[in-house]
Write a protein that binds this ligand. Structure first.
Ligand SMILES: NC(=O)c1ccc[n+]([C@@H]2O[C@H](COP(=O)([O-])OP(=O)(O)OC[C@H]3O[C@@H](n4cnc5c(N)ncnc54)[C@H](O)[C@@H]3O)[C@@H](O)[C@H]2O)c1
Length: 343
């Protein structure tokens, strides 16, 4: 298929595009490039195929960008809760309006499939019970509220000829050149490696399902390649049941992989998100999908990567590897305007 992947300059998109190309799809990338300053490592084995990438804001996409495209995988958004709280009004413009507009343009252009990267953070605060795709959502932040609104509004555009699928990803981890050290496993592994301290920002009690970035990519290609009837209008939680952890359990796994570290907890602070998620539906309902990774192997992968690249504190702290830091830097240096358009 000819696939437009938005967000190919980001953490997941950088890994996804070569995987889709390796499966024979013709990929065009699109990204505004907020994080292009950061490139943690090279790996020609996994990153040898790179798509052509339009450097363009989602909000400026036109019908011409979708000409001849058969499927859209949409990842390009402000990508986490703190980022959304930084400037909620811009988050709504990009994540909600930009995404719905992209889907409308895609449908009008005759695109057949639209796969959207939603998030388990739509569940917000649960009480420890397993939440599935039919459970009530409880979004706590502008970011998560946008995910719910996009699912609703893009869901309404779905038809026999415009197959829409929503992937509610657990929190990702794993190696990507456009690294994110603002997601829990990547962050704690980098802390362990650079400081010998695994410092949780919460008291460690919140539930957090996690999933490897390669398994997210696998779920996306399974959704793209599935019979329409299996995925049209469907929501899938992306992950596996055994990968629901309390944050302190994640920290203990990391302590095991990075021996000799001190483990500390923090105050729960403002982040009250805690959700435990059922992944039964994707296990039985998405043809070809099962997870290949778990948190332990993911931590080992990062330890091996840090060893190979001699990862240091400055690299860990580099702005482009923490989404909020990089956007604040681009704002402060007036490289982007109040609406986050490049000047
Ligand atoms: N990483 C996770 O843990 C996770 C979990 C659940 C859902 N998701 C979703 O998956 C998607 C990708 O996440 P990621 O971790 O790769 O995030 P990321 O921040 O690394 O990548 C997002 C990309 O989108 C681009 N982008 C942002 N605003 C844009 C705009 N207005 N126009 C064009 N491009 C724009 C950025 O430049 C960036 O390259 C996001 O929608 C995110 O919400 C991620």
């Amino acid at each position: 298929m000819k696939v437009l992947v938005t967000g190919t300059g980001g953490y997941i998109g950088t890994r996804l595009a070569p995987i889709l190309m390796g499966r024979g799809h013709a990929v065009t990338g699109l990204d505004t490039g907020y994080y292009l300053d950061g490139w943690l490592y090279s790996d020609p084995r996994k990153l040898g195929l790179a798509p052509q990438m339009l450097i363009k804001d989602l909000r400026n996409v036109t019908a011409a960008d979708l000409e001849g495209i058969e499927a859209v995988v949409h990842l390009a958004e402000l990508s986490n809760d703190p980022l959304g709280e930084n400037k909620p009004e811009v988050t709504y413009k990009i994540n909600h309006e930009g995404s719905v507009n992209l889907a409308k343009l895609a449908k009008a252009a005759g695109v057949k499939r639209f796969v959207y990267a939603s998030s388990c953070s739509v569940y917000g605060v649960g009480s420890g019970e397993f939440l599935d795709e039919k459970s009530a959502v409880n979004p706590q932040t502008a970011y998560a509220k946008c995910k719910v609104m996009v699912e609703r509004d893009v869901g309404a555009l779905g038809s026999r000829d415009f197959c829409v699928t929503f992937m509610r990803n657990a929190t990702a981890y794993g190696a990507s050149p456009r690294m994110r050290f603002d997601i829990v496993i990547n962050d704690l592994c980098a802390l362990a490696w650079t400081t010998k301290r695994i410092a949780m920002t919460s008291d460690g009690s919140p539930w957090r399902p996690v999933v490897h970035v390669e398994d997210i990519c696998k779920a996306i290609y399974c959704a793209l390649e599935a019979p329409v009837g299996a995925v049209n209008g469907e929501i899938f939680n992306v992950g596996q049941n055994s990968e629901n952890y309390r944050v302190r359990e994640i920290a203990a796994i990391i302590a095991d992989v990075f021996p000799g570290c001190e483990l500390t907890t923090g105050k729960s602070a403002s982040d009250n998100r805690s959700y435990r998620v059922s992944f039964d539906k994707i296990a039985s309902g998405l043809p070809g999908f099962s997870c290949d990774w778990n948190a332990q192997r993911g931590a080992e992968e990062l330890r091996d990567l840090f060893t190979r690249i001699e990862m240091d504190k400055d690299t860990y702290a580099f702005r482009a590897f923490t989404r909020l830091k990089q956007l604040r830097y681009l704002q402060k240096t007036e490289q982007i305007d109040a609406e986050f358009f490049w000047r």
